[in-house]
Write a protein that binds this ligand. Structure first.
Ligand code: DX5
Ligand code: ZN
Length: 227
């Protein structure tokens, strides 16, 4: 296990108040490692969120580094744009990519960490050929498309498998989970080996998003033994 492994919290602004995003981001910033930006094109998933231009302005104005999660078709053409715009991490979906290796390189060449996401039905083994080139793996714990869905605990064997493979590689590849993360579910995911946690509704529905993030972190730290 890499010594630099630690718990990272990545609040998603998908269900935050869009009319006042800068304030919504400030509410979570002090307790967040990365700001999770869900980009949806209404083709890869049945929902439309931030355009490239809107994403650029969020990335430029965010006080914390942005973790862009691209739920779009043709990421091979466009993923690098989010890196170029200044995102710290860019995640694209394996199911949408024809040339993952080229897309990983394009993201890295533009200065971002490269990551691949897999939907619930996609087995981890499909990611194996790319693992050594990645900075993060995202195991979806809901069907991508919407916030507020229930956590799929049946994804935990996939998270454990990813943890085993990443540890065997001895590289500091972050392992992220996204969907349904809350005080009820974060410990299960942390025990299975996740170390980066996206949380949308749990954070923004809380009276104090910052307190909720502190609580989530405490639970993940105690379940994982990491800091
Ligand atoms: C779903 C998105 C998630 C979403 C998570 O497709 O990728 O990032 O915002 O929302 P919650 O935490 O409410 O499941
Ligand atoms: Zn997401």
């Amino acid at each position: 296990m890499s010594l630099s492994r630690r718990i990272r919290l990545c609040p998603s602004i998908l269900n935050a108040n869009r009319d006042d995003l800068s304030h919504e981001i400030l509410r979570v910033a002090p307790e967040s490692d990365l700001l999770h930006l869900d980009v949806m094109d209404n083709i890869f998933v049945p929902n439309l969120t931030f355009s490239l231009n809107e994403s650029r302005s969020i990335i430029e104005s965010s006080p914390i580094p942005v973790d862009a999660h691209l739920m779009i078709i043709n990421p091979d053409d466009d993923a690098y744009q989010y890196a170029k715009a200044g995102a710290k991490s860019v995640t694209f979906h394996l199911e949408a990519s024809e040339n993952p290796l080229r897309t990983i390189s394009a993201i890295k060449d533009h200065g971002a960490r490269a990551s691949i996401a897999v939907k619930p039905a996609t087995p981890f083994e499909r990611l194996e050929p790319y693992l050594e080139h990645l900075d993060m793996v995202l195991v979806m714990t809901v069907e991508p498309g919407f916030g507020g869905q229930s956590f799929m605990s049946e994804m935990m064997p996939k998270v454990s498998e990813a943890r085993t493979r990443i540890d065997a590689m001895g590289k500091d590849i972050w392992l992220q989970v996204d969907g349904g993360i809350s005080v009820e579910t974060i410990m299960v995911a942390a025990k299975a080996g996740a170390d980066a946690f996206v949380a949308g509704s749990a954070v923004y529905k809380a009276q104090s998003p910052a307190d909720m993030l502190r609580e989530l972190k405490k639970l993940a730290v105690s379940a994982s033994g990491l800091e």
